[in-house]
Design a protein around this ligand. Structure first.
Ligand code: GRF
Length: 216
């Protein structure tokens, strides 16, 4: 039985595409069963449709407030019974309803805890760092604060602007996300405090410290 992914997008969906491509092979061990977005008409949704994957859209402005939006989004996600939710360029903070429905991972274009938030590449350039990168992490209630699963560095080049640097980060990010999600599906993971260990399928930890974030 394949590990079920619901992927959330807000834009171009190149990370989603990498997951769709990887999961075309049974050996990957996971498949994208649905794609959700917080807005209509984005390329990420079109990618899902071309791949024959069901989509749904929950717009914040169609709800009286964030709590109601979160509940509706959680319900839409739950319809697809995910083993893992992947936030891949989803530009909204997820609420408690979604976080309770399944483990959630996010991909972020900086080396957290440096440069959290929606403008990570711009902020890294403005700070003048020479090395930045990408992070795949578990999502908690904060903004890009959840336990780190994997990171990869990308050098800043002289003359980089936000677009050129982000594009180089995204090339690395897609590979990292595909690798991490595949390993989570095939091998499981455990979380102890802030430490995430992949490839730990086997003995169940006696007392996992992070509720709902351990698979066997
Ligand atoms: C990625 O760099 C992601 O980390 C950031 O937005 C970008 C999304 O790219 N939050 P795409 O939509 O997957 O092409």
């Amino acid at each position: 039985m394949s590990f079920r992914l619901v992927v959330l997008v807000s834009g171009s969906g190149t990370n989603l595409q990498a997951l769709l491509d990887a999961s075309a092979s049974d050996a990957y061990g996971a498949r994208v069963v649905a794609v959700g977005a917080d807005r209509d008409g984005v390329e990420g949704l079109a990618r899902a449709e071309r791949a024959g994957v069901p989509t749904f859209v929950e717009r914040l402005r169609d709800h009286p407030g964030r709590d109601e939006w979160d509940e509706s989004l959680a319900a839409r996600i739950a319809e697809h019974k995910p083993d893992l939710v992947v936030s891949a360029g989803f530009m909204k903070i997820l609420g408690p309803g979604v976080l309770a429905s399944a483990p959630v991972v996010n991909t972020h274009p900086a080396l957290l805890p440096a440069f959290p938030g929606a403008h990570a590449v711009r902020d890294a350039l403005a700070y003048g760092v020479r090395v930045t990168g990408c992070t795949v992490h578990l999502v908690d209630a904060g903004v890009d604060t959840g336990p780190v699963i994997a990171q990869e560095a990308v050098a800043v080049r002289d003359g980089d602007d936000e677009e050129t640097l982000h594009e180089r980060i995204k090339q690395v990010e897609r590979g990292l996300l595909v690798d991490v999600v595949g390993r989570m599906a095939r091998e499981g993971w455990t979380v102890t405090g802030r430490t995430v260990r992949l490839g730990s399928r086997g003995p169940v930890p006696v007392k996992p410290e992070t509720e709902g974030r351990t698979t066997t």
